[in-house]
Design a binder for this molecule. Structure first.
Ligand code: AP5
Length: 200
């Protein structure tokens, strides 16, 4: 299974991404987690990206691309698929990913779109701020991340719809209900790898 996870902040990418990865025994490549780990360890890269994370803007493409490339090479070497969470976030990243995945023989089977309302994701992220203290979980920064998602990330969904690999899933139900819906749909994809998901 090679899967892209595309959704607004707080829709459940991290929650569902780790469950899907555990189910299929494949790596969960979560770009936000990788970046935060550099910040926590105080690496040079961490220093370079911290202000982007704190204010909810996108980290420069070349930094993120290198992370994806390394993770793809590791997955390919291990003979595994992947759950790629948080990439691509722009049309330019989608084009780069398409070229790189083709080069490495790691093209995605599914682009999973978790749908969730703005008010709901703001509520979830403010609740998370109370316990996890993520610097970008303040209301102004959450609103900025959401605006960026609607402006530059959501157009990427059209790209995967045209490819016939876009799988929209309602992310507004409980986490367990969302997981069941996703895994049921992915079973169909596994059984019929060439199915066009856009074809009802
Ligand atoms: P990233 O860490 O990916 O942040 P995000 O996209 O804003 O998403 P979140 O992690 O906030 O939410 P999520 O969708 O994973 O939801 P979660 O499962 O955690 O990226 C951070 C930053 O890194 C970006 O702002 C950018 O700076 C940089 N970056 C990342 N990718 C980049 C790229 N490609 N290019 C450039 N820069 C990039 O759930 C959220 C909360 O809701 C949790 O508390 C959870 O328990 C709860 N929850 C989950 N599902 C449900 C449910 N169904 N019902 C109720 N509660 C739920």
């Amino acid at each position: 299974m090679r899967l892209l996870l595309i959704a607004p902040p707080g829709a459940g990418k991290g929650t569902q991404g780790s469950r899907i990865a555990a189910h299929f025994g494949i790596p969960h490549i979560a770009i936000g987690d990788l970046l935060r780990s550099h910040v926590a360890r105080g690496t040079d890269l961490g220093h370079a990206v911290q202000r982007h994370l704190d204010c909810g803007s996108l980290v420069p493409d070349e930094i993120v691309l290198e992370m994806v490339r390394e993770a793809f090479i590791a997955a390919k070497t291990a003979g595994l698929g992947y759950v790629l969470d948080g990439y691509p976030r722009t049309s330019a990243q989608a084009e780069t990913l398409s070229r790189m995945a083709a080069e490495l023989g790691m093209a995605p089977d599914v682009a999973l779109h978790l749908r969730a309302d703005d008010d709901e994701v703001v509520r979830r992220l403010l609740a998370r701020a109370a316990t996890e203290h993520r610097q970008d979980d303040t209301e102004p920064v959450i609103r900025r991340r959401l605006a960026l998602y609607h402006q530059v990330t959501s157009p990427v969904l059209d790209w995967y719809a045209l490819d016939g690999i876009l799988l929209p899933v309602d992310g507004m139900r409980t986490p367990d209900e969302v997981t069941t819906t996703i895994l049921d749909a992915l079973e169909v994809v596994e059984a019929m790898p060439s199915i066009d998901l856009a074809d009802p």
